[in-house]
Write a protein that binds this ligand. Structure first.
Ligand code: NAI
Length: 643
């Protein structure tokens, strides 16, 4: 039998080895074709009666990253979606019912449809390495598992863990997966053969669920549990914005008592989500991230040594992030305390990221080298400046850098408000300077603006974008103009909120207007989080070119040393990082919401018209990944066009 995406071999023990290696792709995804081939293989194996089937991936990138979501886009109606999912169900059920022992060997990503396939196997063995991640992240795409994963995950790890895994979309390491019962073993690569053999010799027997589990699966138990789940979900997501988790809870409530009924009902529920507007928009957001990554791969470029100047809030985090991602990093600051603070933050983050893999945490720490004298400047592939926001000082630094840096080194600034043309004015070769503008906190924010001045060479812009992809960030190419894209769209929105506050509208009402729309945080709380001193500075810089009205209250608060979260008070008072908000405030009106969101949409449109960002998709991508703009809308421009 010839197959494109699977390879089937039967060894002398009569064990069938079924390897998935999807043709022409870096990662395995389950498209209709791939599933159909699996069916052919299973049909053939049914007649050969193998002793066992071992399923693994032929790709080093991982097991299976999920269903092929690009295929979902081609489904126009619910019945087309039901048809596709129904066929996948048949094949996965066939695997589940296979008479011989079935073993999934999991390396790297095992997500969504990949984990659903593995859950249909009798045994799951995960390779214990940092790259191994297991999870059902469908909610992030406005879906729930659709290849039998709803019923099988609950069956495998129990109601609470199974539902939580699906409702949060969290992924787990091999060790965590073993602890929660999602896999039978988490072993080092070298022990795989021995472990597989153990399971071939003595297959597992599934234990019966305990009393508590039985109750949670009963009618009254499901009723109680669904209420608890719905309450938890409601804290984070509104049903009208994110229907998928609510659909999953309903599915569990109505069908969670029997595996067969759960499986059957999953098909219709998933099909209705696939064609929903919210899911289509969330899939679009995923595709936008892929688009940004693809743009970052326009040139073949790999940086090895990074030098960061300035170990403050931004520089420190940029340096430790690059070392985490495998680069050798020198971080320069004349302030030894800033360097020490960077190392402290690095050790904390590496300990968390590499939990259970101490040698990797130590290796990352070793790659981060403190450098009070700037010795690393001469050998770096990329130098990122993140010192004080002062033109004279930055100009001086870049004039010096030109004389010591390698001729092909990228010279980058993290400035948020100084035009690149001004910084480059003191350089002999102004084509070398590019902006690599990270957002705060740099370790968390996915977007990086790659800023080109009128003279920046396209090759350098593209290399800087490639570097961002290398460190798992999303590069957005923008032109040097006040505020670039993200700060430019945020500032009028935050100033509008400040004006509304001056008109006497309660802070809580203003913030609720924005969060009701789907913003992750209201503009008043956002201003406090960014810091009112920074807001005042950025609004001063942008006021003239953008003809903005800057409400007095911002500067007033700064004079009163009310800087926001960092000083314990801004607009709100803070307990730690938590704003103390009143519960008694007027409900926001539709007009208030419109006032705020219009500011973002209008500015987004202007950025497109002025060519700050090349395409409407890139504008939407930048605003979603840079501000958290309501993702289920597909972005401000998409939302304006399609509602
Ligand atoms: P920061 O004040 O926290 O850190 C600046 C660091 O640079 C300090 O540790 C200082 O000792 C050091 N430094 C100053 N001059 C130096 C020199 N000549 N050589 C070596 N070290 C020097 O500042 P922050 O907030 O990290 O900002 C840095 C840059 O990043 C600025 O250009 C800012 O506009 C930009 N930025 C800041 C963001 C933020 O939210 N804080 C967000 C995005 C960009």
């Amino acid at each position: 039998m010839t197959m494109k995406h699977w390879k089937l071999e039967i060894d002398e023990q009569k064990v069938a080895h079924l390897t998935i290696d999807v043709a022409g792709k870096n990662a395995n995804a389950l498209s209709g074709d791939v599933i159909l081939e699996l069916k052919k293989a299973l049909d053939q194996l049914s007649s050969e009666s193998p002793a066992a089937i071992v399923i693994r991936s032929g790709k080093s990138s991982g097991f299976i990253a999920g269903a092929d979501i690009n295929e979902f886009e081609t489904l126009n109606t619910e019945s087309e979606a039901q048809d596709l999912i129904g066929k996948a169900h048949e094949v996965i059920n066939q695997l589940d019912d296979f008479p011989a022992t079935t073993i999934a060997v999991i390396n790297g990503f095992c997500l969504g449809g990949g984990l659903e396939l593995a859950l249909a196997c009798d045994v799951r063995i995960a390779v214990n390495q940092p790259a191994t991640r297991l999870g059902l992240p469908e909610v992030k795409l406005g879906l729930h598992p659709g290849f039998g994963g709803t019923a099988r995950s609950v069956d495998t790890v129990g109601v609470v863990k199974g539902m939580q895994m699906m409702l949060t979309g969290k992924s787990y390491s091999a060790y965590q997966a073993k602890k929660m019962g999602l896999v039978h073993e988490a072993v080092a690569e070298r022990s795989l053969t021995k472990t597989i053999q153990q399971y071939l010799d003595s297959p597992v027997k599934k234990g019966a669920p305990g009393m508590k589990e039985k109750f949670m699966r009963s009618g009254p138990g499901r009723l109680i549990m669904s209420k608890i789940f719905a309450k938890e979900v409601a804290k984070k997501a509104k049903q009208e914005h994110f229907p998928a988790p609510y659909a999953l809870i309903k599915l569990f409530k109505e069908h969670g008592g029997s595996k067969e009924s759960f499986l059957e009902a999953e098909i219709a529920s998933e099909a209705s989500l696939i064609v929903s507007k919210e899911s289509r928009n969330l899939v679009r957001v995923f595709q936008l991230s892929e688009m940004l990554k693809a743009k970052g791969k326009a040139v073949d470029y790999k940086a090895e040594r990074i030098h960061v100047i300035g170990a403050g809030t931004m520089g420190g985090d940029i340096a430790l992030w690059c070392a985490l991602k495998g680069m050798t990093v020198t971080v320069e600051d004349f302030n030894l305390e800033a360097l020490a603070a960077t190392v402290k933050r690095a050790v904390k983050l590496y300990g968390k990221r590499f939990r259970g893999f101490d040698h990797l945490a130590t290796a990352a720490r070793d790659r981060l080298i403190v450098d009070s004298k700037g010795d690393g400047r001469a050998s770096a592939d990329i130098i990122i400046e993140a010192i004080v926001e002062n033109l004279d000082i930055k100009q001086k630094v870049f004039a010096e850098l030109e004389t010591v840096a390698k001729p092909d080194a990228i010279l980058a600034t993290n400035t948020s408000s100084i035009p690149l043309e001004d910084i480059a004015a003191g350089m002999k070769d102004n084509t070398r300077l590019v902006g690599i503008h990270f957002f705060n906190p740099a370790t968390m924010m996915p977007l990086v603006e790659i800023v080109s001045s009128k003279t920046t060479k396209a090759k350098i812009r593209d290399q800087a974008s490639a570097f961002c992809v290398q460190i798992d960030k999303l590069p957005l190419q923008v032109k040097s103009a006040p505020g670039f894209l993200v700060n430019r769209v945020l500032m009028p929105y935050m100033l509008e909120a400040a004006s509304m506050a001056e008109e006497g509208i309660a802070y809580e009402t203003i913030d609720k207007a924005a969060t009701d729309f789907g913003m992750p945080m209201g503009p008043i709380e956002l201003s406090d989080t960014v810091g009112l001193d920074i807001c005042a500075h950025v609004s001063d810089v942008l006021a003239e070119p953008m003809q903005l009205h800057v409400p007095k209250s911002i500067h007033q608060k700064v004079e009163e040393k009310k800087l926001g979260v960092k000083s314990g008070e801004g607009y709100y008072k803070y307990k730690g990082r938590k704003a103390i908000k009143s519960k008694n405030f007027a409900k926001p009106t539709a007009e208030m919401q419109q006032r705020l969101i219009d500011k973002i949409s209008l500015e987004a449109q202007r950025c497109l018209t002025e060519g700050i960002v090349a395409t409407d998709d890139e504008v939407d991508a930048g605003i979603i990944f840079g501000t958290g703009f309501a993702p289920f809308t597909g972005g401000p421009l998409h939302h304006n066009k399609y509602g």
